[in-house]
Ligand binder design. Structure first.
Ligand code: EPS
Length: 388
């Protein structure tokens, strides 16, 4: 059964909800498994006031009994604490008595505001921004907590770290991935390079002072993927394409690259491709990992490495010029409460999208209705690989 999910919910509505289908039976799962990543997504230097209000926690209301999945759909709900302050503006029923909330009519350049309003026929941008907000990624991170639990059963783990904020880049990191992970987790900007970390924080402070925002780049790495996830036989089964789609679906992401990525376009083949080695202890392996763990859309047993570029958040405290949708006058874009920089949080969302793309590919290859059945299929494959 394919792993698939839907999310629902407005940023200042009552709650975010997700329904996941295709989770096998027999997976140990508690709300705590999901809450740790929800908390990680909320942190990061440069976040705005909303994260002081929220304490995101997932409530599981179906698909799990006594801490173990049933194989039936799983429903997750995350309450929006801020809803208390928006009950009138976001009421599901009749508009509240008295003056209704004033319509938002000054679209922000870079946001879904104008194109979204024109597409859906909304004269109030609130009807667009409530759903186009990156608050939706809370639900994805909760869903991915389930995917990560399942992948973890098979030794696949995912980490992320920030490599660039506002033009400040990390230096070369010649340390094992576990060290990158622990340094990033200890950093306010989720950066594994202490010198760059300081410069990033300063850049965020300067942007905040100027009423501006900053983007950046984060890297997500999956360790422990077997050879053979994804396929080269059909365009939509290529795992690199599926990962690029997954990453570009995150709010404000304008580019994704795999392994050496765009840099590979600048070098001759002899400086790009990963030479193949063999010894009886470790079997086939590589001298390098420029391919980012993917060749022909198929995992090759190396770490899967994806980087994503996030544009600066489009809500500027010192707003850009825009046009009022009603009066057609030149105005300043609306200023909604927002973040100065959300790149550290986006890295956690990147982990989620990596987990979701990988779990889909993993279940395609080792499909089963229970974790035990998947384990039998996976073990049979690992035994077969030993003959290579
Ligand atoms: C977000 C919640 C939002 C924003 C941010 C992400 O909350 P609010 O709009 O109440 O401040 O902080 O969303 C955006 C940057 C955006 O452009 O929509 C969250 O939970 O991550």
């Amino acid at each position: 059964m394919a792993f698939h999910f839907l999310t629902a919910g407005e940023s200042h509505g009552e709650a975010l909800t997700a329904v996941i289908d295709g989770v096998p039976a027999g997976l140990g799962l508690t709300e705590e498994h999901l809450n740790e990543d929800l908390a990680r997504r909320q942190r990061g230097y440069g976040r705005g006031g909303r994260m002081k209000i929220e304490q995101d926690r997932a409530h599981i209301s179906s698909g799990v009994r006594w801490g173990v999945t049933l194989g039936s759909p799983i429903t997750l709900t995350i309450q929006n604490q801020d809803w208390e302050n928006w009950k009138q503006t976001m009421a599901v029923g009749e508009p509240p008595a008295g003056a209704p909330a004033k319509a938002v009519t000054r679209p922000r350049p870079g946001h879904a505001d104008l194109a979204g309003a024109m597409k859906y026929g909304h004269r109030d941008i609130r009807n667009v921004l409530e759903r186009s907000s990156a608050r939706e990624t809370t639900a994805r991170v909760a869903v991915a907590g389930v995917a990560k639990r399942l992948l973890g059963e098979f030794g696949i783990t995912i980490l992320s770290h920030v490599t660039e904020i506002g033009g400040v880049r990390i230096g070369p990191l010649e340390v094992p991935w576990d060290e990158v992970r622990s340094r990033a987790e200890a950093s306010e900007v989720r950066c594994a390079d202490t010198k760059a970390e300081r410069a990033m924080i300063e850049a965020i402070d300067r942007a905040k002072e100027a009423g501006d925002t900053l983007g950046g780049v984060f890297e997500v790495v999956a360790l422990g993927c077997p050879v053979g996830l994804g396929s080269y036989v059909q365009w939509d089964r290529k795992l690199d394409g599926r990962l690029a789609r997954a990453f570009c679906s995150i709010h404000a992401i304008k580019g994704a690259e795999i392994g050496m990525g765009f840099e590979a376009a600048r070098r001759p083949g002899s400086q790009v491709h990963d030479e193949i080695l063999f010894d009886s202890a470790s079997g086939f392996h590589r001298r390098s990992n420029s391919a980012g763990g993917l060749e022909g859309g198929v995992t090759n047993g190396q770490p899967v490495v994806v980087r994503a570029a996030m544009k600066p958040i489009s809500t500027l405290r010192k707003p850009l010029r825009s046009v009022d949708m009603e009066t057609k006058e030149t105005v300043e874009a609306v200023v909604e409460r927002s973040d100065v920089c959300a790149v550290p949080a986006a890295g956690v969302v990147g982990e989620a999208m990596m987990a979701l793309a990988l779990v889909e590919a993993f279940l395609e290859k080792f499909a089963g209705d229970s974790v035990d059945e998947i384990r039998r299929n996976y073990q049979g494959y690992l035994d077969y690989l030993k003959s290579w």
